[in-house]
Structure formats: structure tokens, C-alpha cells
Write a protein that binds this ligand. Structure first.
Ligand SMILES: [Fe+2]
Length: 215
């Protein structure tokens, strides 16, 4: 089977008050679990596809038969995105919050002017994504860029998949879920407030690892 639900690297209540306990329970235990289950169901009995990781599957969606391609795109993307997202968060003051330092911190300042300017642009990308999707900091052609994807698309998907949705491809450094299921219980319709608060629990050490690998 390509997918299993990873354990959260912290307790459900560890991101309070930025992300509430019930949201974490439902988001991880129900939504993420559903992506895992539905991906496994989609590729069951499909030969080689059963042995590929979700990441391999969504990187090369053109190799997936058309009848299951939407299911693999949505649920494979959902599994990859959420598996990454949990690791990019950490309890405030225990790995979460603060500012990126070192090579990543310097690159953010060089690319966006300042950390504050970066945050503004990232929040705009997430706020403007109509419907459901994700905001991303990516490495594209060796440089940092901000993009947003629709639904459960991930920047590692091909340009042919992403370009029609207005998203850019690249290697993810930071991804933030802007589906209503990520914030609605606490923030209701105020997605910008959720995006403004999320910085308190971003795990910059993890983002720095992804940036180093992407370079
Ligand atoms: Fe989500």
C-alpha cells in the first residue's frame, strides 16, 4: 500500500491557541485519514501503481490511468500535502514561531525584502486562493517564490497540471493549508486571521531542512 497515516509529531492540543484541539483531531484523524484511504482504494489492484509512493504518483500523474487520475491527484496530493504540513508546524516556543535564520532567513530577506514583506505576500497568496487550496513557499529555478495551489495540488506536480490552475511548480519549503477544514471551527470565515496567526506555530527549522534539500 502506498499510503499510511503518519502520527502527528505533537499532541492534538499542542498548537493551541493558534490551531484548536478539535480542528487538529478532525483534520488529522478524519480528513487526512480519508485521503489515505481513498488513495489506497484508487490504486488497489492497479499493478505497479500499488507499490509507488504517493509522492511518486503525483509527480507523474500522466503515468496514472485516466479513470483513476482525479482520485490519485486529489487524494495522493492530500496525503503528501498533509504529511508535510504536520512537520512544518510545532508548538509555539517549542520549535514553532520566531523568524527563519541562517541560509533560509537570508534568502527570504534577499527575495522578498524582509521577513515582514514575505509574510504579507504569503498571506495574500493564501487569502486570494478561491475555494480550497494551499499557500506555498517554493524553490523554483534555484530561487524562492510564493505560489498557491488549488484543492490538494502540490508544487511537485507537473507544469501541465498546475499551470491551468494558476499555480507554479517547484520544490516546497513551506506549505499552509487554506481549506476551511483547517481553520473554520476557530476562525470561521476569517481566513486572513488564521493566516496571520499561523506564523506563531511555523517550524522554521523544518522549512530550513527542506530549503537545503531543494537547493
Ligand atoms: Fe487539510
Amino acid at each position: 500500500m502506498p499510503a499510511t497515516l503518519p502520527a502527528l509529531p505533537y499532541a492534538h492540543d499542542a498548537l493551541e491557541p493558534v490551531i484548536d484541539t478539535m480542528t487538529m483531531q478532525i483534520h488529522h484523524g478524519k480528513h487526512h485519514q480519508a485521503y489515505v484511504t481513498n488513495l489506497n482504494n484508487a490504486v488497489a489492484g492497479k499493478g505497479d501503481l500499488e507499490n509507488k509512493s504517493a509522492e511518486e504518483l503525483i509527480r507523474n500523474l500522466s503515468a496514472v490511468p485516466e479513470d483513476i487520475r482525479p482520485a490519485v491527484r486529489n487524494n495522493g496530493g492530500g496525503h503528501v500535502n498533509h504529511s508535510l504540513f504536520w512537520t512544518l508546524l510545532a508548538p509555539k516556543g517549542k520549535g514553532g514561531g520566531g523568524e527563519p535564520t541562517g541560509v533560509l532567513g537570508d534568502a527570504i530577506k534577499a527575495s522578498f525584502g524582509s521577513f515582514a514583506d514575505f509574510k504579507t505576500k504569503f498571506q495574500e497568496a493564501g487569502a486570494k486562493r478561491f475555494g480550497s487550496g494551499w499557500a506555498w513557499l517554493i524553490v523554483k529555478d534555484g530561487k524562492l517564490a510564493i505560489t498557491s495551489t488549488a484543492n490538494q495540488d502540490n508544487p511537485i506536480m507537473a507544469d501541465a497540471v498546475l499551470t491551468p490552475t494558476g499555480a507554479a511548480s517547484g520544490k516546497p519549503v513551506l506549505g499552509v493549508d487554506v481549506w476551511e477544514h483547517a481553520y473554520y471551527l476557530k476562525y470561521q470565515n476569517k481566513r486572513p486571521d488564521y493566516l496571520a496567526a499561523i506564523w506563531e506555530v511555523v517550524n522554521w527549522a523544518r522549512a530550513a531542512e527542506l530549503y537545503a534539500a531543494a537547493k
